[in-house]
Design a protein around this ligand. Structure first.
Ligand code: VG1
Ligand code: CO
Length: 542
């Protein structure tokens, strides 16, 4: 009943910022998914008889790979697999299920904010027993294994019915198909003041969530409409579709523009939010105010005690290096630890496990806390609603007061997508070569104070991650950062992150791109982006 199937390695199965992501046709090559899944199992020890969690964001190819993963888990000796009904589990919900049921680990099938469909993206990620993405030590081992793999194990049995909740036998292993929403919704109720949010909504405060035809729909309907009493229809695009209804499920000002325009319109809702494909990202828009993810982290940290789950205060804050320093000022004021990590949620896990930090955030629309070990889109939305209900103020007032108290970190990210990979690498090496000569250089009125390639020493396990992004710091606290994306599936994406601190409240209303103009100009002077990319402008500005 168990077969060992001969296979040949693929050379390109290196996990990126968040798992292995490729176009669907790449995954459809013979044994491609099987090889990677077997490489995961071969890199783990001691899972015999233990539980594995499997779920995905419902995108095209999700169900097929889940069936394969179930049969391979059985053949490799897992005792039980918990899988979301319909193959659905948002990334934060998967993290929670792993933790709640003490599972050995989990396989999350998602390409997150990348489009889905027969010619679009798919992804596989392994999460460890703490519920978080596998650290580099494990992803490196998985990659090494993919390069030499010569066989995989699979049970020769019929497919499991993924649509019926219940327990099934699969070649001696138990498969438990679980409701994907309830555990997660229950967890949210323990963290936030649901009665206060319900009262806010009942008073006429209008909330809209755009699930972008991706995984958060069922979660948002259950929580916002059923448990918090928002009118039916408050959750838009609430049915997860394999191709996300051709949406690009990336919640930002470009791809969630419709929602943004609606909230900004005269009789639009008071509060709008959107999530990405797998439900770990969030975008927050209030009347007259778009909240940058970096500011969102700072505001959540500063107001954390409004929420029952955080009433005792937070232990510390962590942010990815390119995320603005807005949260640093909050940590300073609260007298708690502040950690700067490389990009990618996997770097926060150790800090949370060691109780060094409670809330974490990334500029890429990711915020979360130690309630799970992934970033969590709906969690951020509920946190904002809780803060609004507690402070009895709207988003705009909260943000303006925050800036008045802490100063404003003007912030923007410019993405250059679809750049030729060699050209992108050439740009980065040219930058690296001139790093030591930059300090002291004057560009316009800006003077470079420091320039380096970010390297991180994990304070918990002492592991070191190098080459995590080039930072150019200017006198006065402004900075620009360059790095190449590790989640794309075609060509290279260059990300330029730009930040300027402004203490003076009289200067907090400048249009962001204008406020950052000189830094954007300096980035071009230093990195010659136009020359290397052949592009005059970024493809996406957030
Ligand atoms: C991007 C973001 C990063 C995020 C990662 C995964 O990575 O910049 O902050 O953690 O996506 O998010 P990169 O390497 O492309 O810059 V998700 O929602 O795609 O799991
Ligand atoms: Co995501």
């Amino acid at each position: 009943m168990i077969s060992t199937v001969a296979t040949k390695p693929y050379a390109d199965q290196m996990p990126g910022t968040s798992g292995l992501r490729k176009k669907v046709p790449v995954f459809q090559q013979e044994n491609y998914a099987e090889n990677f899944i077997q490489a995961i199992f071969d890199s783990l020890e001691g899972f015999e008889g233990k539980t594995l969690v499997i779920g995905g964001d419902g995108r095209y190819y999700n169900r097929e790979v889940i069936q394969v993963a179930l049969k391979m888990a059985a053949a490799n000796g897992f005792g039980k697999v918990m899988v979301g009904q319909g193959g659905i589990l948002s990334t934060p919900a998967a993290s929670h299920v792993i933790r709640k049921y003490g599972a050995f680990g989990g396989i999350v099938l998602s390409a997150s904010h990348n489009p889905g469909g027969p010619t679009e993206d798919f992804g596989i990620k392994y999460n460890i027993g703490n519920g978080g993405p596998a650290p580099e030590k494990i992803t490196d081992a998985i990659f090494a294994r993919t390069k030499v793999i010569d066989s995989y194990k699979i049970a020769d049995v019929a497919d499991i019915d993924l649509d019926t909740v219940g327990s099934f036998d699969l070649a001696g292993m138990t498969v438990e198909v679980i409701d994907p929403v309830t555990d997660y919704a229950d967890l949210m109720e323990t963290l936030f003041d649901f009665p206060a949010i319900r009262a806010l909504i009942a008073s006429g405060f209008r909330v809209v969530i755009d699930s972008m035809s991706a995984v958060t729909g069922p979660y948002a309907v259950e929580i916002l409409e059923k448990r918090l009493g928002a009118p039916a229809g408050s959750v838009r695009n609430e049915i997860p579709l394999p191709d996300f209804g051709h949406h690009h499920p990336d919640p930002n000002l470009v791809h969630a523009k419709e929602l943004y325009d609606d909230v900004m319109s005269v009789d639009g809702p008071d509060f709008g939010a959107a999530s990405d494909g797998d439900g770990d990202r969030n975008m927050i828009v209030g009347k007259g105010m778009f909240v940058t993810p970096s500011d969102s982290l700072a505001v959540i940290a500063a107001n954390a005690t409004c929420a029952p789950g955080y009433a005792k205060g937070i232990a510390g804050i962590a942010r990815s290096m390119p995320t603005s320093a807005a949260a640093d000022r909050v940590a300073e004021k609260l007298g708690i630890g502040m950690y700067e990590t490389p990009t990618g949620w996997k770097f926060f896990g150790n800090l949370m496990d060691a109780d060094k930090v409670t809330v974490c955030g990334e500029e890429s629309f990711g915020t979360g806390s130690a309630h799970v070990r992934e970033k969590d889109g709906l969690w951020a939305v509920l946190f904002w609603l809780n803060i609004i209900a507690a402070r009895k103020e709207g988003v705009k007032d909260i943000i303006l007061k925050h800036w008045a108290e802490y100063g404003r970190n003007y912030y923007s990210r410019h993405d250059y997508e679809g750049v030729d990979t060699d050209q992108a690498n050439a740009l980065v090496s040219a930058l690296r070569n001139k790093l030591s000569t930059l300090p002291g250089t004057q560009i316009g009125s800006l003077i470079v104070s420091e320039a380096d390639d970010f390297s991180y020493l994990d304070p918990v396990d002492q592991s070191v991650s190098r080459n995590q992004g080039i930072r150019i710091l200017f006198q006065g606290g402004s900075r620009i950062v360059f790095r190449l994306s590790g989640t794309g599936t075609s060509g290279a994406t260059l990300r330029l992150y730009v930040e300027r601190y402004e203490a003076d409240a009289a200067k907090h209303q400048i249009e962001t791109q204008k406020a950052l103009e000189d830094l954007i100009g300096a980035a071009e002077t230093i990195a010659e982006i136009r020359k290397f990319t052949g592009m005059n402008e970024p493809t996406v500005i957030t």
